[in-house]
Design a protein around this ligand. Structure first.
Ligand SMILES: [Zn+2]
Length: 317
């Protein structure tokens, strides 16, 4: 994870029909702050209202062109830094809020199973428990307003209810694809298998400009998406290489595999590692010592060939 690019201004006219408003909530996890996009030249759609900060609400209302109104509010996912302002913005403008579903919706089967076990799993960082869209979006659903069209693409992985929005060569990527950092994938809201599958899907979309939830917009999203996939595949290879037949704890494994991560992000690294090991376990490559949770120790599963040769070994008795 690189340091955030603070060079882009808090309010930017990206095109004649597209404004970026950066919320004043910078942190190690949010980078320079959450990006809110205002799309349209008369009636507008607001993509990710952002955190519940009064001055940010005022900035969004001021960005609405004279004589126009907010017709749609889209939320990429229900992390508080993206969704918390949605009810206030809806109240001020009368616009409906669109999203995939409440927090906890869209989880994979394994994550739904693990979430049922509750606190031992950890996670849930920054989730918005009261998020409830007025209109639920389906994967592939098309949205149309005055002078704009977007297609919703369901992209679970960072969060089960995460959606990206594509249209006019632009990819509004939320927290799934960012230029300055890789995404937090923290079970049970985060799922590494889903995250990779969603990246693969996004890599096939045609878009020349990526408009992320944090950090500066950037061109050629496909190159970045492929780099993010390669980054996770490299981590996975490191995890498998570090694991042997003996059980090790996740913090010990993290110290080996995520040694390059700054201290402020070590907690996030541990959650990403947990997401990787769940995925590797799902694929039959590693084994937990007990129940699948962050306090369990893990080891590499013997190669299937090794099991076969053992079972076929001549009887020594
Ligand atoms: Zn998020």
């Amino acid at each position: 994870m690189a340091s955030p690019d603070l060079s882009y201004p808090p309010h930017q006219m990206l095109a004649h029909d597209l404004q970026l408003l950066r919320a004043p909530n910078p942190s190690a996890m949010t980078g320079p702050g959450t990006n809110t996009y205002v799309l349209g030249t008369h009636d507008v759609v607001v993509i990710d209202p952002g955190p519940a900060i009064g001055v940010h609400l005022s900035a969004i209302l001021q960005a609405v062109p004279a004589g126009g109104r907010v017709s749609h509010i889209l939320v990429t996912h229900s992390h508080l830094d993206h969704s918390a302002l949605a009810p206030d913005l809806a109240r001020e403008t009368g616009a409906p809020v669109f999203g995939f579903g409440v927090s906890g919706s869209g989880r994979s089967a394994v994550m739904a199973r693990l979430a049922a076990r509750g606190a031992v799993l950890g996670g849930g960082e920054g989730a918005d428990p009261s998020f409830c869209p007025d209109r639920m979006l389906r994967d592939g659903q098309r949205l149309r307003g005055q002078g704009w069209q977007l297609r919703a693409v369901w992209t679970p992985g960072h969060f089960g209810n995460h959606m990206c929005f594509v249209g006019g060569g632009r990819l509004f990527s939320g927290d799934h694809v960012m230029g300055w950092a890789s995404s937090l994938v923290s079970p049970p809201d985060g799922d590494m298998g889903d995250y990779m599958a969603s990246l693969r899907r996004l890599s096939r979309l045609r878009a020349g400009l990526c408009l992320p939830g944090h950090g500066a917009p950037f061109a050629q999203p496909r190159a970045r998406i492929l780099a993010l996939m390669a980054h996770r595949q490299a981590r996975e290879a490191e995890i498998l290489a570090a694991l042997g037949p003996n059980f090790v704890t996740l913090p010990d494994l993290c110290a080996q595999v995520y040694a390059d991560v700054p201290t402020a992000l070590q907690g996030a690294a541990l959650r990403n590692l947990f997401a990787h090991v769940i995925d590797l376990h799902e694929r039959g490559l590693i084994e937990p010592e007990g129940l699948l949770d962050p306090n369990t120790r893990f080891c590499r599963r013997p190669e299937p060939g090794a099991l076969v040769s053992l079972s076929q070994a001549p009887d020594q008795s």
